[in-house]
Design a protein around this ligand. Structure first.
Ligand code: FBP
Length: 561
C-alpha cells in the first residue's frame, strides 16, 4: 500500500467537509445585524472596587444582535488580531475559522492575524496572517497548534505598553482573546488600558475552558467542556467495563477541571460511577481529609460485604483545595511563596525550598504539611501559574486517597471489621481530552462564538465576551450577543494581593445538576448501573452526534434519563 503523503487522518479529511451551522441571526453576515443594548450592568460583587479599577469599561450594557442594516460599518477594511490563551480546549481552531469567515463576509479586504504562543506573542510582536488557505487544514480539528497558546499574563506597565505599541504598529483595529476566566480578566485589563490611553482598539473575549467554570446567565457553557467530558466519559466507561469484566480492582480516576468539579459531575452523569467526590460539597460540609477517606472506606467495606471487591471513584482535580485544612494550608503557602519569591529562587532543590517555607508557616500548618506524603507536600510547593493558581493538575490527590484508604482498611482488617481485598489502580485524565476533535456541539458553538466575535469587533464592542445562548436548542436557533467582562468580576486574593478577577462558576449545590446527582448516587454506589458511552460520534443519527451535555440539559430545565 502506498503511504499517503497527507498528514491528515481519514477522519480529519472527512470532518474537514463539515460546515458548522451558524445561528440564523448571523447567517446573512455582519452587515445585516445590529447590536441591541440592554440596561447598564454591575459586577457580580465588590462593585465599588471593580468600578474604580475599570472606570472606562465598567457598567456596559449587555448586547443582543438583532436584524438590521449595518452595511456602512463593513465598508472600511479592518485588521483583527486573535490570541489563544491558557489551556487548550477542543474547538479553538473553529473559533479562528468563524472569526475569519465573519470578517471576510463583512469585507473581503479584512485581515486576520494570529499572535503566536499566547499573550506573549502580543508583547513580543510575533504574529502571522491567517488566510482562508492557511485555515483550511485546521477546520473542525482539535488543538491550538495553528498559532499555539501560552499562559503569560499581560500586567506590568512595560508589558501593557509593549502590547499597545505592537497593536498600533500592526494597525490592529480589534483584538480577540480566546481564554478562560483569568485570560478574559486579562482581556478586560487590556481593554481598559487601551481606553485610558485613548487608543481605539476593541478587545473582545471568547469563553474557552474545558473546566466549564466560566459561565453565567449569558455564557451557558465555555467551549471545550462538551468534547472533553465526552472523551473522559469514554475512557471512564471503558474502565468500568474492564472492571465489571474482571471484578478485581478499585479504580480511582482524577479528572481535570482545576478548582471546579463540573467535569467530574458531567462525567459521572455519563458513566454512573460508584462514588463521585464533588469539591464544592466537601467544602460546604467542611469535611476533613479523614472524613472524605472514611466515606470511601465505608463504601468499600459495604461493597466487600456484598462480594464486590471492585468499584470506581471519580475525584475532581481541585478536591485538595476544598478540604478546609488543605485550603488553609494552600492559601497560606500561596502568600508565603509570593512573599519569599527572591529567597526561594536562590535555593536549588525542592527539598531545600520546602525546608525554607516550612519555617515560614504557622506551626499547625507546618505540621500538616509534614504529615503529608513527601510527594504531595512537594507538589503543593510547585510554582503557581502566572495568574497565581496552584497547579492542581500536578497534585496526585487520587494517590493520596488510595494511600490513606489502604491504611484505614488495614486497621479495620486487624479489628476484624473488613475481610475484603483492596487492589487499587489510579488514573488521571486531563491532557487526553483537551485537544480532541471537537464534537459537533463544540464545532458549531466555537464557529458561532468566533463569527460572533467578528461582529462584536466590527461594532467596536470593547470589553465584551462573545455570547451564544439557548444552547439546548438547535444551533440555528441560538441567540448571539455580548456580555460585559466587568459584569463577571469580583475581588480575590492572588499571589498575596487583592485582584479583580472573573468569578469562577463553581458547582452550585442548590443547582439542578447537583440536585440530580444527590438523587441518584446512592443507587450508583451499590447497584452497579455503569454506562459505557463509547467514543464521540461525528457521523450518524443526530441523537448521538448532536447531543449536548447533561449539565446543560439539566440547567435548561430538561429531563434526562
Ligand atoms: P484553562 O483554565 O486555561 O482553560 O486551563 C484548564 C486546565 O486544563 C485545567 O483543567 C488544568 O488544571 C490546567 O489547565 C492545567 O494547566 P497546564 O496546561 O498549564 O498544565
Amino acid at each position: 500500500m502506498p503511504v499517503k503523503k497527507c498528514a491528515c487522518s481519514q477522519l480529519q479529511s472527512e470532518r474537514a467537509k463539515f460546515q458548522p451551522v451558524l445561528p440564523n441571526i448571523l447567517k446573512k453576515g455582519p452587515a445585516f445585524v445590529k447590536p441591541k443594548f440592554g440596561k447598564p450592568t454591575k459586577s457580580v460583587a465588590d462593585q465599588a472596587t471593580v468600578k474604580k479599577i475599570f472606570p472606562n469599561t465598567y457598567g456596559l450594557p449587555a448586547v443582543t444582535f438583532v436584524k438590521g442594516n449595518n452595511q456602512a460599518l463593513c465598508k472600511k477594511a479592518v485588521r483583527v488580531g486573535v490570541v489563544l490563551s491558557g489551556g487548550q480546549a477542543p474547538g479553538g481552531h473553529n473559533v479562528i475559522g468563524g472569526l475569519l469567515d465573519g470578517l471576510k463576509k463583512a469585507n473581503a479586504k479584512n485581515k486576520l492575524f494570529g499572535f503566536l504562543g499566547g499573550p506573549s506573542g502580543i508583547v513580543d510582536n510575533k504574529l502571522v496572517e491567517i488566510t482562508p488557505a492557511g485555515m483550511k487544514d485546521y477546520r473542525n480539528t482539535g488543538g491550538f497548534d495553528l498559532i499555539q497558546s501560552g499562559r503569560t499574563k499581560i500586567e506590568t506597565a512595560e508589558q501593557l505598553a509593549a502590547a499597545k505599541n505592537n497593536l498600533l504598529k500592526n494597525k490592529i483595529d480589534a483584538l480577540v482573546v480566546v481564554g478562560g476566566d483569568d485570560s478574559n480578566t486579562n482581556a478586560c485589563v487590556i481593554a481598559e488600558y487601551l481606553k485610558q490611553k485613548k487608543v481605539d482598539i476593541a478587545v473582545i473575549g471568547v469563553p474557552k475552558t474545558i473546566d466549564g467554570d466560566l459561565k453565567n446567565e449569558h455564557i451557558e457553557t465555555s467551549f471545550g467542556f462538551d468534547t472533553a467530558t465526552k472523551i473522559y466519559a469514554e475512557l471512564v466507561g471503558n474502565i468500568e467495563r474492564d472492571m465489571n469484566s474482571a471484578r478485581k480492582y478499585w479504580h480511582f480516576v482524577r479528572l481535570m477541571g482545576r478548582s471546579a468539579s463540573h467535569i467530574t459531575l458531567e462525567v459521572a452523569f455519563k458513566t454512573h460511577p460508584n462514588a463521585v467526590l464533588i469539591g464544592e460539597e466537601v467544602l460546604a460540609k467542611k469535611m476533613t481529609l479523614s472524613q472524605v477517606v472514611n466515606q470511601l472506606v465505608d463504601l468499600i467495606v459495604k461493597r466487600a460485604k456484598a462480594g464486590k471487591n471492585y468499584g470506581i471513584v471519580l475525584v475532581p482535580e481541585g478536591l485538595i483545595e476544598f478540604i478546609p485544612e488543605m485550603k488553609e494550608l494552600i492559601s497560606t503557602l500561596n502568600d508565603a511563596l509570593a512573599d519569599n519569591e527572591a529567597a526561594l529562587a536562590k535555593l536549588n532543590t525542592l527539598a531545600e525550598k520546602k525546608e525554607f517555607i516550612l519555617r515560614k508557616l504557622p506551626k499547625k500548618l507546618a505540621d500538616l504539611m509534614q504529615s503529608l506524603p513527601p510527594a504531595i507536600a512537594g507538589q503543593l510547593m510547585l510554582d503557581r501559574d502566572p495568574h497565581g493558581n496552584v497547579q492542581v493538575s500536578l497534585i496526585e490527590t487520587e494517590k493520596l486517597l488510595v494511600d490513606m484508604i489502604k491504611t484505614r482498611l488495614a486497621e479495620l482488617k486487624k479489628q476484624g471489621k473488613y475481610m475484603g481485598k483492596f487492589a487499587a489502580i489510579t488514573h488521571f485524565f486531563g491532557y487526553e481530552g483537551r485537544c480532541g476533535v471537537p464534537s459537533t456541539f463544540d464545532a458549531n458553538y466555537t464557529y458561532a462564538l468566533g463569527y460572533n466575535a467578528a461582529v462584536l469587533a466590527l461594532n467596536k464592542c470593547t470589553g465584551y465576551l462573545s455570547s451564544i445562548k439557548k444552547l439546548t436548542n438547535k444551533a440555528q436557533d441560538w441567540v448571539a450577543g455580548g456580555v460585559p467582562l466587568t459584569m463577571m468580576m469580583n475581588i480575590e486574593r492572588r499571589k498575596g494581593k487583592e485582584k479583580p478577577v472573573i468569578k469562577k462558576a463553581l458547582v452550585e449545590l442548590k443547582g439542578k445538576p447537583f440536585a440530580y446527582l444527590s438523587k441518584v448516587r446512592a443507587t450508583w454506589a451499590t447497584q452497579d448501573q455503569f454506562v459505557f458511552p463509547g467514543p464521540i460520534q461525528f457521523f450518524g443519527p443526530a441523537a448521538v452526534t448532536d447531543i449536548t451535555t447533561v449539565t446543560l440539559q439539566l440547567e435548561a430545565g430538561k429531563k434526562v434519563k
